[in-house]
Write a protein that binds this ligand. Structure first.
Ligand code: NAD
Length: 352
């Protein structure tokens, strides 16, 4: 069976790490027909809009996509999408993609790979981040010169949907504990709503321990002793910030994969950004996107091949061969991909 999957190569280091990822997927032998979708800087240059409607249609039709990172310029205008008479403004191209595709859950596993030097003991944490509302709703305005505000929109519907998702995910993946990070002592209506809604969902999953921590206390505990944490349930902004913090715990942003899930569509992308400072130098670490692709294969039901890719990454890191500079090596993006493809084709990284 051949899969038809949308492909967004992305901006900055996007095209380089995407090419590396395609090479590694190809080594698994899984037949995939890629349909290229133009979004971001290239779409702006070619069509005058970062997210043209035909691109959205392809993404909706194929339902599953692999996505490179996209640049969001500081202070840039919202991304406006026209739906008939209605115009919807999204704060960035990334939130436009998530919301237009109905993806409400951003899942970011952060796991230590043996053999890689880190400042922390081994951790295995999954961040589940709500991505449709909160401070990133796009409800921001200047009231008068020198006074601006952003609205932290929070609805019970979205809180319940992400809480249920987090518990169901935890049950499916045999996770034992869900910890919600919040600031309900200060933001009693918004974060209070999130916390109380999750508390209402938790009893339906008695096998999973539910607890909560103030977001500042959670940050302290994560850098002090992250080992006991399992699944972190977070609103949009806290999830964004803690994703990078947790990537730091395992040694590199280049090791943090991600997935976005909705009722119908899903897309898979690294947690990190477009890294314009190293774009075009062939030194970007492609592992986060490769691990995101491994999540994608598992989502498609190709679990063994997904595990094969993950095992190949683990083997490469253990052998410390083919590592990019961020991991202390001197290999290029292309050399790393080649080494991974070799491991997979050599059959020493089999799944299950
Ligand atoms: P970034 O994650 O792109 O880079 C932060 C630092 O980490 C940089 O020094 C970079 O060189 C390094 N880095 C990141 N990924 C790496 C990799 N794979 N290999 C080696 N080093 C890597 O964050 P930023 O600089 O704040 O953002 C750059 C652009 O990316 C911005 O326009 C931002 O809006 C965008 N961004 C996009 C996404 C996304 O598409 N999902 C996510 C975050 C940021």
């Amino acid at each position: 069976m051949s899969y038809k999957i949308s492909l967004i190569r992305g901006d900055g280091i996007g095209p380089e790490i995407t090419e590396a990822t395609l090479q590694v997927i190809e080594a698994t032998g899984l037949p995939i027909e890629w349909e290229e979708v133009v979004v971001g800087e290239e779409a702006k240059a070619r069509f005058g809009h970062p997210f043209p409607n035909p691109s959205l249609e392809i993404l909706k039709r194929n339902r599953v996509a692999l996505k490179g990172p996209l640049i969001v310029h500081k202070g840039s205008d919202p991304v406006t999408m026209k739906h008939g008479e209605e115009t919807i403004a999204h704060p960035s191209i990334n939130s436009a993609l998530r919301r237009e595709l109905g993806c409400f859950a951003n899942v970011r596993p952060v796991k230590t790979f043996p053999g890689l030097p880190t400042k922390y003991p081994p951790i295995d944490i999954v961040i589940i981040r709500e991505v449709t509302e909160d401070l990133y709703s796009g409800l921001e305005r200047e009231i008068e010169e020198g006074v601006a505000e952003a609205i932290k929109r929070t609805t019970r519907k979205a809180c319940e949907r992400i809480s249920r998702f987090a518990f169901e995910y935890s049950k499916k993946h045999r996770r034992k504990r869900v910890t919600l990070g919040h600031k309900a002592n200060v933001l009693s209506l918004t974060d209070g709503l999130f916390l109380n809604t999750a508390r209402g969902v938790a009893p339906a999953f008695p096998e999973i321990r539910f607890d909560d921590l103030m977001i500042d206390a959670l940050c302290f505990q994560l850098v002090n002793n992250p080992v006991p944490f399992d699944v972190l349930l977070l609103s949009n902004q806290y999830g964004d910030i803690l994703s990078d913090l947790c990537a730091g715990l395992v040694g590199s942003l280049g090791l943090a994969p991600g997935a976005n899930f909705g009722e119908e569509c899903s897309f898979f992308e690294a947690s990190h950004g477009a890294a314009p400072d190293i774009a075009g130098k062939n030194i970007a670490n492609p592992l986060a996107l490769i691990l995101s692709a491994s999540l994608m294969l598992k989502h498609l039901g190709e679990t063994d091949l997904g595990v094969t890719m993950e095992n190949a990454v683990a083997q490469l890191l253990r052998k410390k061969k083919g590592l990019t500079p961020d991991l202390g090596g001197s290999s290029t993006t292309k050399e790393m991909a080649l080494e991974l493809a070799r491991i997979i084709e050599g059959g020493t990284a089999c799944g299950s």
